[in-house]
Design a protein around this ligand. Structure first.
Ligand SMILES: Cc1cc2nc3c(=O)[nH]c(=O)nc-3n(C[C@H](O)[C@H](O)[C@H](O)COP(=O)(O)O)c2cc1C
Length: 398
């Protein structure tokens, strides 16, 4: 690492100039538009496959075909929009896991990320000439070891990289409720654990197995911290929801922007895992024991989707203008991670980065207000004021 910025992220023969992976967000939140925007800026853009068939008219008649077709189309669309690195996220919990993996391989996607369960047999789908990289998402050193051992012993294919996701992540969490606030399970503890467990497999692989940290990473200073702790990159998802390019509907983005720390709750999701969600009337009614009439559209429901106001569609807006939030000006993904300089100044994370790096060199140097006092750090996820202050340029510091 240098004071000017982080090292690129190498996953096999792929090189992302920015070590930032946009975490897959299911049920239409990260599709081709967001993934390609992130990839165009040098990060790794990820299309989520959970519920992807919802954008097809015949989902209820042809569940498998609709999901497969939607994935194929989204990958192709993203390829048209970007020559950067593109991945797909395929949750083990999905009933059509195998179909989606085969489709992604057929389309020669760069990377498959797979979590929400241990993807013990993911390499089984690889054919000899596939160049697609396979990356498990785990929540402990033990899970990393189990997956790496299985892939190595059974398939002679150690993981190309590993994502370790801590308990501060949005969406489903791979933790028991009592572990969520336990420092032993904090990402800062899990990352060294995973690095330790994965190291022996690098010898067998005869290549590095980068470990990527995710969950609650939000600012340049956060990124810096986890790279300093040994991560080769970071995975971030929530941070991208309120971008113009995010494929979700404006009302979904608005729910994030309006959310206050008190609105963020841990729920038991329908797939039986705890999940971090935004409180709304639906959750309150279910919590009060009322049964809500609804149709289960997908094999899995993301808690963040459950947190959508019941009247809102989380899916892609039909026109670009609908994709803009109404309550505050959202960022462009390019502004968030782009390497191009914006007219106002440098991009946000590079500002934080440089400032954090300088402070490391000179501890007396005052830090950016953000490091101690951002709404995110102070009280969770109150995004609106922070985002809009950035948009007004009030945040041109560091
Ligand atoms: C709205 C939303 C939907 C998500 N959907 C998925 C998903 O379909 N599959 C998955 O493995 N992770 C999913 N995640 C988790 C993200 O990919 C990512 O790992 C995690 O959110 C990182 O934490 P952060 O949101 O604090 O950056 C989702 C997260 C959010 C916020």
């Amino acid at each position: 690492m240098t004071a000017r910025g982080p090292q690129p992220l190498h996953i096999g023969d792929l090189t992302a100039s920015l070590p930032i992976i946009q975490g897959g967000m299911g049920v239409g939140v990260s599709l081709s538009r967001l993934a390609s925007a992130v990839a165009n800026e040098g990060g790794i853009g990820v299309i989520a496959t959970a519920g992807i068939g919802m954008i097809e008219a015949d989902l209820f008649k042809n569940f498998l075909a609709a999901n497969t077709r939607a994935l194929r189309n989204e990958i192709r669309r993203a390829r048209e929009l970007s020559t950067g690195i593109l991945g797909v996220n395929i949750m083990v919990a999905l009933s059509n896991f195998g179909e989606l993996v085969k489709t992604a391989l057929d389309e020669q996607i760069d990377i498959i990320f797979s979590g929400a369960g241990l993807p013990l047999d993911l390499p089984r789908f690889r054919r000899g000439n596939d160049r697609t990289k396979l990356v498990p998402i785990v929540s402990s050193g033990r899970a990393a070891r189990i997956v790496a051992k299985r892939w190595t012993e059974r398939y002679d294919y150690p993981p190309d990289a590993v994502v370790v996701e801590g308990p501060l992540a949005g969406g489903h969490l791979g933790f028991k409720p009592e572990q969520i606030g336990d420092p032993a399970h904090a990402l800062t503890s899990l990352l060294p654990e995973v690095l330790r467990e994965i190291a022996p497999f690098e010898a067998h692989a005869r290549r590095p197995i980068p470990v990527i940290a995710g969950g609650g990473i939000y600012t340049g200073a956060d990124i810096y911290r986890f790279l300093q702790l040994g991560a080769a990159g970071v995975q971030m998802a929530t941070r991208f929801v309120t971008t113009h390019e995010c494929d979700a509907a404006a009302s979904f983005k608005d729910a994030y922007i309006r959310a206050t720390p008190e609105d963020i709750v841990i729920i038991k999701s329908p797939v039986g895992m705890p999940g971090r969600a935004i409180r709304n009337r639906f959750l309150e009614d279910v919590g009060a024991g009322k049964r809500m009439p609804f149709t289960c559209h997908t094999t899995v429901s993301s808690p963040a989707i459950i947190s959508t106001p019941p009247t809102a569609s989380p899916w892609r807006s039909s026109t670009p203008s609908e994709g803009a939030c109404t309550t505050a000006s959202p960022l462009r993904a390019k502004t968030l991670i782009g390497q191009r300089k914006s007219s106002r100044s440098k991009i946000w994370w590079r500002r934080c980065w440089t400032s954090t790096a300088r402070r490391q060199a000179d501890p007396q140097r005052p830090g950016p207000p953000e490091a101690a006092d951002s709404p995110r750090r102070r009280d969770g996820r109150r995004l609106g004021a922070w985002l809009s202050s950035r948009e007004r340029g009030a945040d041109a510091r560091g």
